[in-house]
Design a protein around this ligand. Structure first.
Ligand SMILES: [Fe+2]
Length: 211
C-alpha cells in the first residue's frame, strides 16, 4: 500500500483529497453544540443501518450525527437514491451553522446543495472502509468541514489501483475527497472528532473524479 503523508501546513492537492479552505470560524458552532447534547440522539439511522449482503454492519457504527438537510426517509432506498432534500428544524434552530454552510458552498463553487449533517466519531472509534454508491452519491460531491479533531485522527482514501492518500484534517479546514473510492477514518485520540459533512454539486471538483 502506498501512502502520501502531507504536512498540514501545506495546502494539499492530492488526487483523492483536496484542501479547499482553512481557518474557518468554527468556534460559535462548537460552543452551541455543547449546549445541545440531545441532538445527537434524534436520528440514529446512519450508525444503525444494515445492508445484509454487502454491509452487515454500518461503516458509521462508531458515530452519531445531527441532521440539518437530510434524505426524505430513513430507508436505504431513500438515503442511497433520492436526490430530494428534507430540511430539518435544526437548520433554523442552530443558527451558528448557517454562515458556515454558506461560506463552504461559496468556497467550493457549489451550484446545488445536498445533505448537510455533523458526524461525531467517538474516541478510539473507526469509520470502516467503504465507498459511497447509488444515485445520490453519483450526483453530489462530498466535502468535510473539520470542527474538532485531536492528534491521532486520520482520514484515508484509496483508489482501485491501490494508491492511498491519508491526512490529519485539522479544525477549521474544509476538504473535498473522492467518496466513490474506498475511504475510512480512525480516531486514536481521547476526544470525539466532529466533522460537518456538506454535499453539493461542485463542477470543479466533479471533474476530479471519473466515477
Ligand atoms: Fe462514506
Amino acid at each position: 500500500m502506498t501512502f502520501e503523508l502531507v504536512e498540514s501546513e501545506q495546502m494539499i492537492n492530492g488526487s483523492l483529497i483536496k484542501l479547499v479552505k482553512k481557518s474557518l470560524s468554527i468556534k460559535p458552532l462548537i460552543d452551541r453544540l455543547e449546549q445541545e447534547p440531545s441532538l445527537w440522539k434524534e436520528n440514529t439511522w446512519r450508525q444503525d443501518y444494515v445492508v445484509k449482503l454487502d454491509r452487515p454492519i454500518s461503516p458509521q457504527q462508531d458515530t452519531e450525527a445531527i441532521m440539518f438537510r437530510w434524505a426524505p426517509e430513513n430507508t436505504i432506498e431513500s438515503v442511497r437514491d433520492s436526490l430530494n432534500i428534507t430540511i430539518h428544524s435544526n437548520l433554523s434552530n442552530i443558527k451558528e451553522v448557517q454562515p458556515l454552510i454558506v461560506e463552504c458552498l461559496i468556497a467550493c463553487g457549489a451550484v446545488e446543495c445536498g445533505r448537510v449533517f455533523i458526524a461525531k466519531l467517538k474516541p478510539g472509534g473507526t469509520v470502516i472502509p467503504h465507498s459511497d454508491y447509488g444515485m445520490y452519491a453519483d450526483h453530489f460531491e462530498r466535502f468535510h468541514l473539520v470542527l474538532t479533531s485531536e492528534d491521532g485522527n486520520r482520514f484515508f482514501v484509496q483508489d482501485t489501483n491501490g494508491w492511498c492518500e491519508s491526512y490529519y484534517m485539522k479544525p477549521g479546514e474544509f476538504f473535498w475527497f473522492n467518496h466513490k473510492e474506498n475511504h475510512w477514518a480512525i480516531n486514536q485520540s481521547q476526544k470525539p472528532r466532529m466533522h460537518m459533512i456538506i454535499d453539493c454539486v461542485a463542477p470543479t471538483y466533479r471533474r476530479e473524479r471519473v466515477i
